[in-house]
Write a protein that binds this ligand. Sequence first.
Ligand code: FAD
Length: 460
Amino acid sequence: MIRKFGTQNPAKTKILILGGGFAGSNVLRELQKQFKKNDVEITLVSQDNFFLFTPMLPEVSSGMLHPSDITTPIRSFCKTANFCHAKIISIDIDNKHVFVTRIFDQKETILEYDYLVLALGSKDNFFGNAHIEEFAFTIKTLEDAIAIRNHVIGVLECADQERDQILQEQLLRFIVVGGGFAGIEIATEIHHFLKDATKRYYKNIDPKKIRTIVVSAREGILPEVGDELGKFALDYVRKSGIEVITNTKAVDAGEDHVLLSDNTIIPCATLIWAGGVIVDPLISALKCEHGQSGRLVVDQYMRLQVHPNVFALGDCANLVDNKTNSVYPTTAQIAIRQAKIVSENLAASIIGNVNLMKPFLYHNKGVMATIGKRIGVAFLNGKKIHGFSAWVLWRSFYWSHLPTREKKIKVGIDWLLSLVFRADIMTVGFIKKKTLSRLETPMSSALEHSVDHSQNPSYL
Ligand SMILES: Cc1cc2nc3c(=O)[nH]c(=O)nc-3n(C[C@H](O)[C@H](O)[C@H](O)COP(=O)(O)OP(=O)(O)OC[C@H]3O[C@@H](n4cnc5c(N)ncnc54)[C@H](O)[C@@H]3O)c2cc1C
């Protein structure tokens, strides 16, 4: 049976925020500052009852941070607002209805709104390849980070027992597809974890046999930091022992291999996919203008053009930066800045003074990424910085953006402890996403997936 959400008060203006990530949580927090009295009813809907601090997700995979360090309950942000822990099923913009199912028991509910904020983020884009979707790990959710950690430790345990050299080498090959922030950060985190763990704990594994390979479709890596720093990052990542294959795509995969666009087959037991994002089908189903990767085209005030009561921001919104003539990238920094503008413009709409609305203009103060153990690259206020100082900057910047004092203390303590103690090698919980069937002969399924059957594939 379909019910209406119980807390909705017909007398108040209803603002519905869909999504509790960087964009949605920050709109919620800013709106509560705008409407200190209870004169509007704000409800945030999310399928996760916590906010996830994604820039530190790779550190959960390497065991540097605990999952609870980078998650904060959304209810802790709700001073006057309501939280609805539910999965959004469909959005009816014409009738101002959102259909959701409660996470606990899948009971269906309709939520009504006067103003809607779309902040549903993005999903991994597998470019329609069902094999890659089936066999690759992804790094988007907390569950993904824990699954990678458990899998990587499981592979080490297996390789330690494996006496067949070829199979052991296959187990010790870790492939990461994607040369952007997420791909490079997860590759460097797990590479250093693997080296440290094998040196200390796994006597039957020669650490030199560990191969972490990044496959990037572009000429280099980290396009977000510009050419010069990107080149430094590429050189450093390579010097630290990670192999980077550029100008190449991963086009297919099986449980024991990855196939590249140049017909090279890489036998492996681990594929991590950070090869691109696309919007949720919920967003692509909306009847309005869509831009890059299905993102919602918004005007300079972050509204849908034909629905001025609907705002979109973050990874699901498409806005062109007039200075560069390109669409704003999908980053947490941009989502946070857009949240401030959306809340101000929404408040201006509610009080009926559209002259107070502000356009979204982003002055990029800088970008940064970690690219190895205590090494980073940064482009800040026109200055290019790399090495230890860039890594300290990265840590300070993201640490200061953790949402609560409690999380700042927890992360600070864990980082300090990691300087003294080695990463632990316990698997966490029972999340196990991909199972490897017994590796008996290397690469049994690989030949089926070769791109060009007229040529023999080459093997890495
Ligand atoms: C590993 C990794 C590292 C990154 N590193 C950086 C970095 O260093 N710097 C940087 O600026 N950016 C980084 N990013 C990018 C950054 O995380 C995103 O740009 C940012 O999270 C976008 O915010 P958002 O709110 O639009 O989407 P999200 O944060 O993805 O939030 C989407 C929300 O919608 C909810 N949701 C989605 N679908 C449904 C549904 N059907 N029903 C209910 N709820 C739903 C989700 O649960 C979530 O709460 C990184 C991303 C990853 C994955």
